[in-house]
Design a protein. Sequence first.
Lengths: 486, 467
Amino acid sequence: MWTWLLLALDAAHLRGASYSDARLMHLRQRDLTTKNGQVGTLSQSDSIGIGIRALANGAWGFASTDRLTKEGVAACAAQAVSIAKASALAKRSEVVMAPEQSYIDSWQSPFRKDPFEIPLEKQLSLLLGADDAMRRVKGVTLTETDMQFRKIDSWFASSIGSRIHQRKVISGCGIAATSFQGEEIQKRSYPNSFGGQHTLQGYELIESLDLLRNAPIIAEEAAALHSASQCPEKTGTLILGGSQLGLQIHESIGHPIELDRVLGQEANFAGTSFLTLDQLNKLKYASSIVNVVADARLDHGPGLGTFAYDDEGVPAQCTDIIKDGQFRGYLSNRETAHLVGLNRSSGTMRTESWNRLPIIRMTNVSLLPGAWDFDNLIADTPDGILMETNRSWSIDDRRYQFQFSTEIGWEIKGGKKVRMLKNPSYSGITTEFWNSCDAICKLDHWNLWGTPNCGKGQPMQTMGTGHGASPARFRNVRIGTAFSNQ
Amino acid sequence: MKSPAKSRKASSEKKARAAELLPERELRRIVATVLRLARSIGAEETEIHVDEVADNLTRFANNAIHQNVAEQGLTVSIRTVVDGRTARATTNRIEEDSLRATIEASLSLAHSQPKDPRVLPMPAKHRYPRVNRFVKQTAALTAEERARAVRLACDLAIKKGQVAAGIFASGQSQSAIGNSRGLFAAYRETHAEFSITMQQDPAASWAKANSADVRAFEPQKLAARASEKAHLAVNARELPPGRYTVILEPAAVLDLVGFLFYDFAATALEDKRSCLNDRMGTPLFGKNITITDDAYHPLQQGAPFDGEGLPRQRVLLVDRGIPKNLVYSRAAAKAARKSPTGHGFALPNEYGEAPMNLVFTGGDSSLEKMIASTDRGLLVTRLWYIREVDPYEKVMTGMTRDGLFLVENGRVTTAVRNFRFNQSLIEMLQNVELLGPAVRATGEEAFEMVVPAMKVHNFHFSEVTKF
């Protein structure tokens, strides 16, 4: 592998690149799904190729190819330089990169059971068992299960001398029961919606989920939602379950802190951010009990945003994003760090594959645990609604105004969960919402949720991000708007 | 016979820098190689998809190019059937050892599952209507040409005191499918796209075009349109949420109605997750709504065959407000005792099929006519972050973006702060007052379709944001 990478760097240098880096990646993926007791998707894929990024005449070019021959790699490097020179036709300033050391290293994400070594029959048997358990529940009209496994090898070399190999093993799994009755479709998912839970782990993740015990529970909830009361429309107290709070963090903290958005580089597509540079260290983003970090280190947990080095060769770091409620940091790369007064990238350049340019991405953007026991939090809430498991999500292109709905809600009266609510939703303005947070549950309830489907960039890239969260309470939240006046 | 790998290598040596797709004979050779290997390994039936892309995308922001990429890649995806079981494995390496390993992986996956009574024999040869969507001028577009066009757009922004961001993309792709019953089909197309956001603090506006033919749009005209609208969008007024008459430009229509496409899948109805369950054959939308799936429409793109190699058929989905027909994969058709329509996804999958070439019948009202006929309403340039809130009533939420304008007494009077909407698509398509000519629309939430601008009454905006 290193032969191709060194050839790419040499070819880029000969063509006039002042800096270049290259990633050779081998991606393996297995997808299994079932639907209504039958196997749905059963596939695996294998992809290998090289992506070369070159800086020439003060501008960037990137080219990728799966033609791993001497001629193919050299041509790809030449194309990257040629594209960089074309970029220079429409540049306004020279690219300046923050200094970084070179590293020679090899790293593998820890896992106990290689999912690719687990017999397929065993994997399918588990999914079909969960599928069957859901279908046994009266009123359930559609059952779905899925597992996804990925093994990604990445070899990175740069013209400053870095040579880094990383291997990541990622597992994911989820189940869902849907019930159609009358004029209503209701759905419950476990352990999360839209594909379940995904982490940087092996098959041990799947074994920890206890699908067979949870399958009938969510199936019965899906059927019961039809006779539940409609979530009321009001302004009131909201408690969010951990997985929904993870997505809330993703959309209303994770994306706004991406420095490429802040600087307008995503203005045409993913949007910009209300977190303009003048807000750093000044904005009271949240209440004083809120602490958020972007932490790519393994110490934070096996999240989808965990790695040893980013795809620009910068070591994984932990960055304070919100400290005691104050806005403290952005996600940066080597090109943008100096614009916020940093002398080093925060290490967040990530790429989906060998054929995509690394861009600034969330790592594990997590809300640190608070002090509350979950039962005490419920007991401390005279009147509120607990919402769990995301159903829909939307936020404006500057990340101010959001609306989420969840699969299920629970009315809390007098410190107790008293009844199920259907079609729950809430909405708000990002900073008002986070400043209304008055309770966060403790580490016992904290989980590092995986969001495997974050889309950004052009051409589009899908990236996995991690979000640690425990249930938390918010006051004076607008509830029920999504279903009002319909 | 030369191995596919050798042929490909020779091709790359001949013209290393140019984006060059393999000739069809090489695709046939890959298919033939896989079929030969699969027979020798013991596959009862084999299907091969070969897909190749050569794409380029120049991205600009802050009035300069900041990302500029080229991508070349080919995948070979192999589905085998053995003893009533099927599975798929995919590789991007085409030397024989890799192809053999991929066939073995496919067989291993297939063997691991219970027998599936829904697995059908693979289809035999078909004839396909010819479509020509490969434009050599698009394929030949260079990074320098894209950069010069971007430079002109950025110069306009600077001249107007604005900031430009966007993309200029061009590329070519091809797909071939072959199977062990002798079916073979191949298709290639080019694609070009220019999208631009002009920012005039604190406002922005946007214009975008997409075509197989790069000559079908003029980047400078799109830049000028976005620039003019951005200028109009400053000093936005805040209006209260509520129900408004809206004039939706084609991109806004597309990104909403695009969420309807899977509801027309027979499998979606079988699974009871379509909004058309219990609603087929009865008036659902206004009488002015007619929707067809038509892969052969001159403004459409995409292959004339589906994931199993069946020819795509034109299907009338909605006739004057009444949902009339669904699309069927072979398996869904067999289950429903219907004929397949050529809309199946590559097997195996759990979703079945979907219409991918929606065409709405348009009208003759220009945007100007719609504005002139409106006493009070909102002109919507574009929508953003649209998600489904209620799958049966088809309530969608999302935001307006990049230019929302108040229309009063037949003319645009001021810019308006962006709204969140929560709107049933079913209700919306009951409330369409006027339709513009159907055009190839392009947005960010749905794939390109042929849709008109629409004037719609009683559109529900639920909340307002801060800009």
